[in-house]
Design a protein around this ligand. Structure first.
Ligand code: SAH
Ligand code: SF4
Length: 459
């Protein structure tokens, strides 16, 4: 969501004729987009802002702004704490940002705008330049959250749950496709309640609409709250050909006692039953999850139940976090806080256990042929120095199950001798690592872009 917001900010700045630069020294404007989900993310914001003081001294006209959830949460207090800061803007102020920056440029004033609204402000920044050639893009379908999990800051910094109109979503995706997008990830804190409040279509209906967009190859979404995972959504994985076979389904804890105190509104049995249903209908589906360790009052027995659940579930991947108190979130006032040392140990245990399953799942793919959407050059391929052909160039992409695959272009198999970003390539997996796979290309899918005929694009 943060990445999506940064892209919206970049679009707005482009409309003001600000171009992106790779170095802080060259910048006339620095925007720090922040995350408040855990304490550590928030601490990083202040140390980063501190480091910008020297730049501002050298270049007094430099405008420095802070946006996002920490800005929403702290408001004007950040201006007091950071004297070289010009601007604080909240999560609902992105649409107003160009106007705010113009005011700062002309009046040399400091501005705080953390006003929240229940309406989604549709941004109409025309340029798509920021997205040009990006194969995979995020698209927000709803903002805010009404669930009030007791550890979570989101309802306080992102406001009430509000869904975007389906037409706006489809329009945005169509525009992204014109810029080279082939995959979208639809974003919401709880996508399953999409449209309910406003009486728009349901989330599976929205997925079906997106599935009908020409030239889009893949659809992903995140996040689905286990309590609201519906039969219709489970069936969508079978019915919609563009929907990738991966679901992120955060469990948070394996202990019913902890889940209740987290206000998650499901228990272990219900979660397992939903996963069973998913795996029965679609045995190849990849399931990933989130875990919080050291929630206040989490006993050793509660924690053991989480470890047991991880063993039982065999997730494809897991994000695990040490619990941290967040402002306004109910659990901040809960007794029996777990020590930092204990949280660290529990986190390490979870990560070690999951590593085993992630590697196991990756190894199971060795020998299979996977369809990969090519996203760009692999991390190792820092530059392309091509004399005669692209055959040694290393590309990166993902399987439908969201696993990273790196591979060389090869000479025979991928006969297209050129840039293959945005193409679907069938890759035979030959090696599995803990966080990626390595393969050999077998064949490339022909380009068959329906309505617009054949087109090439380059990143
Ligand atoms: N809406 C999503 C979660 C969004 S926040 C959902 O309900 O699943 C992403 C993840 O951050 C959460 O799943 C949780 O595991 C973690 N998280 C949120 N608040 C936290 C806190 N106070 N301490 C540690 N981890 C937290
Ligand atoms: Fe936070 Fe819970 Fe809402 Fe997710 S569902 S954003 S964890 S309050």
């Amino acid at each position: 969501m943060n990445v999506y917001d940064s892209e919206q900010i970049a679009r707005g700045l482009k409309a003001l004729r600000y171009n992106m630069t790779s170095s802080q020294e060259k910048a006339d404007l620095i925007i720090v987009n922040t995350c408040a989900i855990r304490e550590k993310a928030e601490q990083k914001v202040f140390s980063f802002l501190g480091r910008l003081a020297g730049l501002k001294r050298k270049k007094p006209d430099l405008i420095i702004g802070v946006g996002g959830c920490v800005a929403q949460q702290e408001g004007a207090k950040i201006l007091q704490r950071v004297p070289h800061l010009d601007l604080v803007f909240g999560t609902n102020a992105i649409g107003r940002l160009p106007g705010i920056i113009e005011t700062i440029e002309s009046k040399k004033c400091r501005i705080v705008d953390v006003e929240m609204s229940e309406q989604i402000e549709e941004l109409d920044f025309v340029t798509n330049e920021y997205h040009k050639g990006k194969v995979t893009n995020f698209v927000t379908i709803m903002q805010g959250c009404d669930n009030y999990c007791t550890y979570c800051v989101v309802p306080y910094v992102r406001g009430r749950e509000t869904s975007r109109n389906p037409e706006k979503i489809i329009n945005e995706i169509s525009r992204l496709i014109e810029s080279g997008a082939r995959e979208v990830t639809l974003l919401g804190q709880n996508v399953n309640s999409y449209g309910k409040k406003e009486g728009l279509c349901t989330f599976p209906e929205l997925l079906a609409l997106v599935n009908g967009i020409d030239d889009l190859l893949r659809i992903r979404f995140t996040t689905s709250h286990p309590k609201d995972l519906s039969e219709d959504l489970i069936l969508a994985f079978k019915e919609l050909d563009k929907l990738c076979s991966h679901i992120h389904l955060p469990i948070q804890s394996g202990s019913n006692r902890v889940l209740k105190r987290m206000n998650r509104k499901y228990n272990r049995k219900l979660y397992l039953a939903k996963v069973d249903k998913l795996r029965n209908i679609y045995p190849d589906i990849a399931i990933t999850s989130d875990i919080i360790v050291g929630f206040p009052g989490e006993t050793r027995t509660d924690f053991e139940e989480t470890l047991e659940l991880i063993k039982e579930m065999e997730f494809d991947g897991l994000f695990a976090f040490k619990y941290s108190d967040r402002p306004n979130a109910a659990a901040a006032l809960f007794p029996d806080k777990i020590s930092e040392k204990e949280k660290k140990e529990r986190l390490q245990q979870v990560l070690n256990l999951q590593d085993h399953f992630t590697t196991k799942k990756n190894k199971e793919l060795v020998g299979s042929t996977q369809s990969i959407l090519v996203e760009g050059l692999s991390k190792k391929q820092t530059k392309v120095d091509i004399q005669n052909s692209y055959k040694d160039v290393q590309w990166t992409g993902r399987t439908s199950t969201n696993k990273i695959v790196n591979f060389p272009q090869g000479d025979d198999a991928v006969s297209c001798d050129g840039i293959i970003i945005g193409r679907m390539v069938n890759v035979r997996i030959v090696k599995a690592f803990s966080h990626s796979l390595w393969g050999e290309p077998v064949s490339i899918e022909p380009i068959s872009f329906g309505s617009r005929g054949e087109k090439n694009y380059v990143a």
